[in-house]
Structure formats: structure tokens, C-alpha cells
Ligand binder design. Structure first.
Ligand code: AMP
Length: 284
């Protein structure tokens, strides 16, 4: 496994692999790798012949007062995980390499980024799409892998790639969860054992939603009320939003029909957690 610190070296390694006819897979991450990231790497290893993981805590997707400074950066452990998972190249640029001067060029996906998390994290998705566009230009992968855990991000990236005719495929992999249902996240490291227990209620509330839909309850207001009840069992949980939206344009819907995303964002102490499920009634 190679560790590439420069754009020139990544491009050289990809060029050599491509000249041998290899299919290039790419997994962009912010590091602090866990089994969620590993599932993306495994999917990449399965579908591709040459796999690149980037580790870069992207400053421009963090707002003021967010956790950019304290975001975990266990680089040595991350490199060990990548090696074990069969990664060919880990790209670990420093900030000055990705943003050598004040950034004047941004990629912005409209509308989709104004919903859900976009309402609470202004500028976040502009930072995500811009870094992904830059990384796609540097790595030039055939396929990039993202997690459904960050559903809005995955939908926004897919749209950017389609709208800008970027020559790659986006594969979205399922959310990896702990046995208690809590979606695995680098930010879970901030939680105490007690807070983790409370955090498991987030998925419980999403399961409740699925149960209600399964017995024919499709009214969003009724479902959200029940989900709120479950989340209110823990006084540590502060709900940022519970939204029921169509999975294409992310517009709120009154009734569940077709492909619907049910998304939740909460704060537990100073930690912000998100989770979601997709309900697909289009095939029924
Ligand atoms: P991050 O390092 O948080 O930027 O995440 C890098 C990629 O891993 C993103 O595509 C995330 O959606 C994905 N990811 C993070 N957590 C999970 C999880 N629990 N299951 C599946 N994918 C995940």
C-alpha cells in the first residue's frame, strides 16, 4: 500500500494502474475509520481492481463553532485499517495542498442542499461538493463509493456528477449499525456510554416509522409525533429535525408514497448525530 501526500504522486499511481487496464475505485473519507468506512472499502475492492482512499478533514465543510478542531485524526490506525482492507493507495493531503490560497471557485448544488441538514449547516454542502469535485479531478476514479448514512450528501453528490457530466459512477452503500441500531459514526467517539444508549433511540424512532408504514399509516404528521415520543424518552436528546421527504428532491411530503427518506438530526450534549431510513412504496 502506498501513502500519497501529493497530487502528482496520486495521479502517477492512478495513471500506471489505468494503463494496465485496472478499474479505479475511490472512497473519500475524513479518517477516524470505522466499520462503516470499511464496508465502503470492501465494496470498492469487490467492484474495482485498484482502490484509493482519501483521508482529509475538509475545513470548508465545517461551520463556525463546529468540531473541525477536535475532529479525531488517528492517522496511523487509519493506515493500518486501509492496509488490512486491501487498499492500494491512501491519499493524505494537507490543507495547504487542497486549498493553497483563498478558494474562489465553488461547486454548489441548488435546492437539494437547502433542505434537511442544509437548513442547519449553511455552507456545509457547498464545502462537501467542492472537495468531492476537487478529489474526483485529482483521482479520476471510475467509481466513487459513499454511505447511505449521509443520505443527503449521497443524493447531492449523485446530482452534482449527473448535472456536471463527471465521468464516474457513484455507488451508495447501506448504513452500518451497531447491534443496538446506532449508526456507526466517527462522531460517536464524543459520546459517553450513557449518551450512546440514548443515541440508540434515534434508530428506534426510525424503526417505529417503518412499523407504522408497514401497517398502512402514511400520514407524516402522525408518524413524526410518534417518533418524537420515542426520542423524548431521553432528556439528553435535543431534536434538530425529523423530516419526511421525497428521496429525489428532498421536499417534505404530507403522506408517504413512492421513495421516501425519513431523516433525523439530534444533538446529544454537544454532539450532533444524523440518521435516516428509506421507505420505498413505489414497487408495491
Ligand atoms: P466521513 O469520514 O464521515 O466523511 O464518511 C466517509 C464516508 O463514509 C461517507 O460516504 C459516509 O457516508 C460513509 N459512512 C460513514 N458512516 C457510515 C456508516 N455507518 N455506514 C455506511 N457508510 C458510512
Amino acid at each position: 500500500m502506498e501513502v500519497a501526500k501529493t497530487i502528482v504522486s496520486v495521479r502517477g499511481l492512478v495513471k500506471a494502474a489505468r494503463s494496465k487496464g485496472k478499474r479505479i475505485g475511490f472512497v473519500p473519507t475524513m479518517g477516524a475509520l470505522h466499520i462503516g468506512h470499511i464496508s465502503l472499502i470492501k465494496a470498492a475492492v469487490e467492484k474495482c481492481d485498484f482502490v484509493i482512499v482519501s483521508i482529509f478533514v475538509n475545513p470548508v465543510q465545517f461551520g463556525t463553532g463546529e468540531d473541525f478542531e477536535k475532529y479525531p485524526r488517528p492517522l496511523e490506525a487509519d493506515l493500518g485499517i486501509c492496509k488490512k482492507a486491501g487498499v492500494d493507495v491512501v491519499f493524505t493531503p494537507v490543507r495547504e495542498l487542497m486549498y493553497p490560497s483563498q478558494n474562489l471557485t465553488w461547486v454548489n448544488v441548488e435546492k437539494l442542499t437547502e433542505q434537511l441538514c442544509g437548513r442547519f449547516r449553511p455552507g456545509h454542502f457547498r464545502g462537501v461538493t467542492t472537495i468531492c469535485a476537487k478529489l474526483f479531478n485529482i483521482v479520476a476514479p471510475d467509481i466513487a463509493f459513499f454511505g447511505w448514512k449521509d443520505a443527503q450528501q449521497a443524493i447531492v453528490i449523485k446530482r452534482m456528477v449527473a448535472d456536471l457530466n463527471m465521468p464516474l459512477e457513484i455507488v451508495i452503500c447501506p448504513t452500518v449499525r451497531r447491534p443496538d441500531g446506532l449508526a456507526v459514526s466517527s462522531r460517536n467517539k464524543y459520546l459517553t456510554a450513557e449518551q450512546k444508549k440514548d443515541a440508540a433511540l434515534v434508530y428506534k424512532s426510525l424503526q417505529k416509522c417503518r412499523e407504522m408504514v408497514d401497517v398502512g399509516i402514511t400520514d407524516s404528521r402522525t408518524i413524526i409525533t410518534e417518533m418524537r415520543k420515542i426520542l423524548s424518552r431521553a432528556s439528553s436528546i435535543e431534536i434538530e429535525y425529523i423530516s419526511i421527504v421525497d428521496a429525489e428532491m428532498l421536499q417534505e411530503v404530507e403522506y408517504i408514497a413512492g421513495r421516501i427518506l425519513i431523516a433525523v438530526a439530534v444533538r446529544i450534549g454537544s454532539t450532533r448525530l444524523i440518521d435516516n431510513i428509506l421507505v420505498d412504496l413505489s414497487k408495491q
